[in-house]
Design a protein around this ligand. Structure first.
Ligand code: NAD
Length: 342
């Protein structure tokens, strides 16, 4: 049988991407929902033929513990709420996929890992690009030094924010602004292309062009990752302007890049050698990501995108904020010891 997934939080990403992807997955299927909205519950029940007993509210969702139809809970709420629901799902004996960023504090991320470990269940982060062919090729070309040792990485990712999801500019719910939401893709992209965790970061906030909208989160931020061998990565994210969504690697013998690198589809790559190495198919990323996690559960294998990777990234994101706030270079040595997974 296919594993049953319950989506928790039926906003834009669940509605537009995850539920449709769960119609294409081979090892798992949409079996339940957790929502605070009776209207959404009725609509989803009809659209996806969900059993009444598999429709939960945030308050009664603990009874999921007795529901054999649900194997995996997928947490898709605003960032600061991930921890509460991921912990409750693990305590109810379910495997968890949690959206990025994993949490808004290191303590929350650790709490989530501990809860899953205690329950003997798996925890993964919604890092869909680890299952996407163009980004997998960037990992391969960078980590095997196919164009020689990497010298410099460049990445940007951002969009002009229209305030359709106000929690994204509310620090209490978002944990920060575009860095937490969009910059995390550039952070991830540089780390998996290089195949290493940076040893230090520097950063600078963009000018706040719209103080009414950006009251307690950054409008944008530029940061530099520094790797142990001297490779650097320059990144930019913003909610004040549309950025290309690029991931470019410059190596001793050539360059290779994706643009767009992080979108749901239409990814395209080019290289200095015109060698078609990044001429690859686009796939349903979310379906591939969820099927991989289902395979990990079914075969009791570790996931490539575990909670520990989410924790590492939360620490790095907070290190970037600290660098911007203090104007100082921030060492990430303690972060590196946590996990040697890229
Ligand atoms: P959204 O605002 O559209 O949806 C959030 C959902 O959480 C809503 O249904 C809302 O009702 C629910 N919710 C529950 N408690 C809430 C509360 N106290 N306050 C506000 N909302 C509450 O947001 P979204 O774009 O769907 O993003 C949800 C999560 O998914 C975020 O963590 C985001 O970073 C992540 N996301 C990931 C990707 C990706 O490509 N991996 C893409 C988009 C969003």
């Amino acid at each position: 049988r296919k594993l049953g997934v319950a989506l928790l939080g039926l906003g834009k990403y669940s509605t537009g991407q995850l539920a449709p992807a769960l119609q294409q997955t081979k090892l798992c299927r949409l079996a339940g929902i957790v929502t605070g909205s009776p209207e959404k519950a009725a609509q989803w029940k009809q659209q996806y033929q969900l059993a009444d007993k598999n429709i939960y509210s945030y308050t009664n969702f603990e009874r999921i513990v007795n529901d054999p139809d649900i194997d995996i809970v997928y947490v898709v709420t605003p960032n600061a709420l991930h921890a509460e629901y991921a912990v409750r799902a693990a305590q109810a004996g379910k495997h968890v996929i949690c959206e990025k960023p994993m949490a808004t504090t290191v303590a929350d991320a650790r709490r989530m890992i501990a809860a899953s470990q205690k329950a003997g269940k798996k925890l993964s982060i919604g890092y869909r690009l680890h299952f996407e062919p163009h980004n997998q090729a960037m990992m391969h070309l960078g980590q095997t030094q196919a164009y020689g040792p990497l010298k410099h990485l460049i990445s940007d990712n951002g969009f002009k924010f229209g305030n359709d999801t106000p929690w994204r500019v509310d620090k209490a719910l978002g944990g920060g602004g575009p860095l937490m939401d969009m910059g995390i893709y550039s952070l991830q992209g540089c780390i998996y292309t290089k195949g290493q965790v940076p040893v230090a970061v520097t950063a600078k906030f963009d000018p706040n062009t719209n103080p009414q909208l950006f009251k307690d989160v950054e409008a944008g931020i530029k940061w530099q990752l520094q790797f142990a061998d001297g490779t650097t990565a320059d990144c930019h994210t913003s909610y004040a302007e549309n950025l290309a969504g690029r991931l470019r690697a410059e190596a001793a013998n050539g360059w290779f890049e994706l643009q767009p690198a992080f979108a749901y589809g239409g990814l395209a790559g080019s290289t200095s050698k015109n060698d078609n190495k990044l001429n690859l198919p686009n796939i349903n990323q979310q379906a591939a990501q969820m099927d991989d996690f289902a395979a990990c559960v079914l075969q009791n294998k570790p996931t490539r995108v575990p909670g520990e990777m989410g924790l590492r990234d939360v620490q790095l994101l907070l290190a970037i904020y600290r660098a911007a706030e203090t104007g100082q270079k921030v060492a990430t040595t303690d972060v590196q010891q946590l996990i040697d997974r890229t």
